[in-house]
Design a protein around this ligand. Structure first.
Ligand code: ATP
Ligand code: MG
Length: 756
């Protein structure tokens, strides 16, 4: 591809940014203006036209998915040499650096990465040990304080010293726990997420030679979403770029949404102070969204005081108005989403993959998920930990982690009695004490348990057995692929046999998940046929998995509706976007409503959400909703009010406008707003939702159903209705289909079934 081809269709500013390769460069621009695209083309240009060797280029993205996509694009532009570019997240970059060098900090290179559940177990153990009540000292909030300290690059000693004068007893305890926590992690040869970056910086500070090696390696550095870097990430980029100063960062201060995780918007605003020779390029043309969507986004963000004004415009069409629906309940809201997905697909030939449903908090996904399930619409939840948080998957991962790193006592404790082996909590406590007394890992304590006099003979025998099985498995690690090792574990530990014996529905679901996990290991094995070092495949596999971030998805092939939080949506785009739960107290969060700084961050999040939409945006909320076990009634979100009413088409559940195509009345007070919207969507009766969709979508709603009815379904064949619940649009059918489908619960109104 020639230089000109790389620049085809780029506007002047974008071209300038691609060609400006030497020295520090800041690309500051609004959403959808091609920042990420420019980065990709710039990398291709460096290699192709500037003869920079691909391995001298580093690109840091916010998620693994973004990294994969960027790499794919570079390879498409350049061919296989693009594979040599290091494109990764901050965390993945640091794992790679630490795997080669962490021994210089006194750690084993096969270190494991502690996930949230291990971190919590560890904190709970420490609190117990130090005699602090976990009710007073909430483990989660302690962990978040520790995380903040690490993001600010404070070691335990520094944290303690810094807070000494404060005299706050709570902070004192945090300091003490933080100190112990680091020691315990070290003993387990384990690091947490924040350590990955902090320890890389420590390594660079302590070992100038290592730093120099990476400075010479990464002569051209790129960072996407720079507005969301925290202090530690900022330092890392600064250290790496110090020698050549070819640092190109791109971002949008209006999309800074990780302040709560220590991100510092000033990193982007101060870039010119950090690099006085920096060149700054502003991109102003948006290529993603319709004029209507862009206007809405601009009008919302303009309400923030702490920002530099910019002029984001587009040549795209005006497009459709934004549809706004105030539902009666969360179920009504979900039905509205499903109805409109179906009608959009029908009218505009979209596929499921063209839709995203965005919400403020993960807890809001459940209702929409249920409605999608029952309507038989495929969906995926990004970052909802649908899969990896399941117990059986966590158990297997703990086994594998222990195989990779026998020092990891947290993982060992998770599975020592899983499946049940008669090793109760009291015995585990004694075993841990025994390990501590001898300065052993708990694994070593298991291997030497016959020396222990405290444990009863039965427990001792059980532990001895367990130790023997684990040792035997561990010896096989160098010889086996990850899949074979997993199968061995499932068999030798009796894990699978126990599930099979239990014959419950739950157990069979767990077995299915394990099978799914084996397809993940298989994929990995296929992609890594020959690992250089014995056992390194397992370590790499576990690293990959622990880096699956909140925004990363497992399956990407089949078109599915995407459900995710607004945070996870950063950088992505979808033709049709639903932002649900647009209510004060939910979005913005109630705690942000009285704090102007937090409110501004919520508003930036609204800006991120709105600008994900390419063609059509839906905003919904509900008059009353059940959330966290409480029913609440909230006025419409103030962010809706901030959108020019002429851009909005408020509809009732029929899909008819209730505002003649525009919100004419100003709705400036919550009361006013509430009155304004309270009547907009009386629930219109059973079949009203389907009026907008054509009749071939589903005739099932208007029919009556009784147990025993036969139905046919395209994919699942002929089934029998075994249960009917509810009426009208709420009618749910349990239908027994032939194996392997089994019983499915479907919403009669939406399911693609016909009566036979
Ligand atoms: P965000 O702030 O959301 O991360 P961004 O600034 O990174 O957005 P991109 O994702 O790079 O924007 O681009 C937005 C969309 O516009 C993409 O679909 C991209 O392919 C398209 N695009 C960018 N520049 C051009 C161009 N010059 N011509 C055509 N399409 C473009
Ligand atoms: Mg981007």
């Amino acid at each position: 591809m020639s230089k000109n081809e790389l620049l085809v269709g780029m506007n002047d500013k974008q071209t300038e940014a691609v060609l400006n390769t030497d020295g520090p460069l800041l690309i500051m621009a609004g959403a959808g203006s091609g920042k990420t695209r420019v980065l990709t083309h710039r990398i291709a240009y460096l290699i192709q036209d500037k003869q920079v060797l691909p391995w001298h280029i580093l690109a840091i993205t916010f998620t693994n998915k973004a990294a994969r996509e960027m790499k794919e694009r570079v390879v498409n532009l350049l061919g296989p040499s693009g594979n040599e570019v290091w494109v990764s997240t901050f965390h993945a970059l640091c794992v790679r650096i630490l795997r080669r060098n962490i021994d210089k900090l006194g750690y084993d290179r096969a270190f494991t990465i502690a996930g949230t559940s291990e971190q919590q177990t560890l904190i709970k153990n420490i609190l117990k040990d130090l005699n602090y009540d976990p009710k007073t000292y909430n483990p989660r909030s302690i962990l978040s304080s520790i995380s903040n300290a690490k993001n600010d690059l404070q070691s335990p000693a520094e944290f303690i010293a810094k807070n000494e004068s404060v005299g706050n007893p709570f902070i004192k305890v945090i300091g003490e726990v933080y100190d112990r926590y680091q020691k315990e992690l070290h003993r387990n040869q384990s690091v947490d997420f924040d350590d990955l970056i902090m320890m890389t910086i420590q390594l660079f500070e302590q070992e100038p030679e290592v730093l120099k090696y990476y400075q010479d390696k990464f002569q051209y550095i790129h960072v996407d979403e720079y507005q969301d870097t925290n202090e530690a990430q900022y330092r890392l980029v600064h250290m790496l770029g110090e020698k050549y100063e070819n640092v190109c960062v791109v971002g949008d201060a209006d999309q800074s949404i990780y302040g709560w995780r220590g991100a510092n918007m000033n990193n982007i605003l101060d870039f010119q102070d950090d690099y006085p020779s920096a060149h700054v390029t502003l991109l102003e043309q948006n290529y993603r969204s319709t004029k209507t969507i862009l206007k809405a986004a601009n009008s919302v963000i303009q309400n923030n005081d702490e920002r530099r004004d910019k002029n984001l415009w587009t040549e795209n069409a005006v497009g459709e108005k934004i549809t706004y629906y105030r539902a009666q309940s969360e179920a009504d809201e979900s039905r509205f989403v499903v109805t409109n997905i179906k009608s959009e697909m029908n009218d505009n030939h979209y596929s499921y993959g063209d839709f995203a449903v965005l919400y403020r908090t993960n807890a809001q996904s459940r209702v929409i998920e249920e409605t999608l399930l029952k309507s038989n619409i495929p969906y995926t939840i990004v970052g909802g930990h649908k899969f990896y948080d399941r117990k059986e998957i966590q158990d297997i991962l703990a086994y594998l982690t222990l195989m990779a790193n026998p020092s990891d006592s947290m993982s060992l404790q998770r599975i020592i009695n899983e499946p049940k082996r008669g090793i109760g909590a009291a015995s585990v406590d004694k075993l841990v004490t025994f390990a501590n007394e001898n300065n052993w890992s708990v694994f070593e304590a298991c291997q030497n348990v016959e020396l222990n006099n405290e444990l009863g003979s039965r427990a001792r025998k059980a532990i001895d057995n367990f130790g023997a099985v684990m040792t035997d498995l561990q010896n096989q690690v160098p010889k086996l692929s990850v899949t074979d090792l997993t199968n061995e574990i499932l068999e030798k530990t009796g894990y699978l046999a126990t599930l099979k014996a239990s014959k419950t529905l739950e157990a069979s679901a767990r077995i299915e998940n394990i099978e799914e996990f084996l397809s993940v290991t298989k994929q990995f094995d296929d992609a890594h046929p020959d690992s250089e070092e014995a056992g390194s495949a397992l370590v790499d596999f576990l690293s990959d998995l622990s880096l699956v971030s909140a925004q990363d998805d497992i399956a990407e092939n089949t078109p599915e509706v995407t459900l995710m939080t607004l945070h996870a949506a950063k950088g992505l785009e979808f033709p049709v976007v639903f932002m649900i739960g647009m209510e004060d107290n939910i979005f913005p969060l109630s705690k942000a409503m009285s704090d102007s700084k937090e409110l501004e961050e919520e508003r930036r999040l609204a800006y991120v959400g709105i600008t994900r939409a390419q063609k059509k945006l839906y905003l919904t909320n509900t008059f009353s909703r059940m959330l966290y076990g409480r029913r609440q009634t909230n006025p419409a979100s103030q962010f809706i009010e901030e959108i020019n009413p002429d851009l909005i088409d408020a509809v009732n559940s029929n899909g008819r406008s209730t505002n003649g195509g525009g919100l004419k009345t100003p709705f400036d007070t919550p009361n006013n707003r509430q009155a304004r919207f309270a009547n907009s969507s009386p629930y219109q009766g059973p079949t009203s939702h389907n009026k907008k969709t054509s009749s071939n979508q589903s005739g099932a709603a208007s029919q009556s159903w009784i147990v025993g009815d036969k139905v046919s379904h395209k994919a699942w064949g002929t089934g029998t209705v075994v249960k009917v619940d509810g009426t009208g649009e709420n009618m749910e059918l349990d239908i027994a289909f032939p194996d392997p489908t089994g019983i499915k619960r479907l919403l009669a109104a939406f399911a693609p079934i016909t009566k036979e």
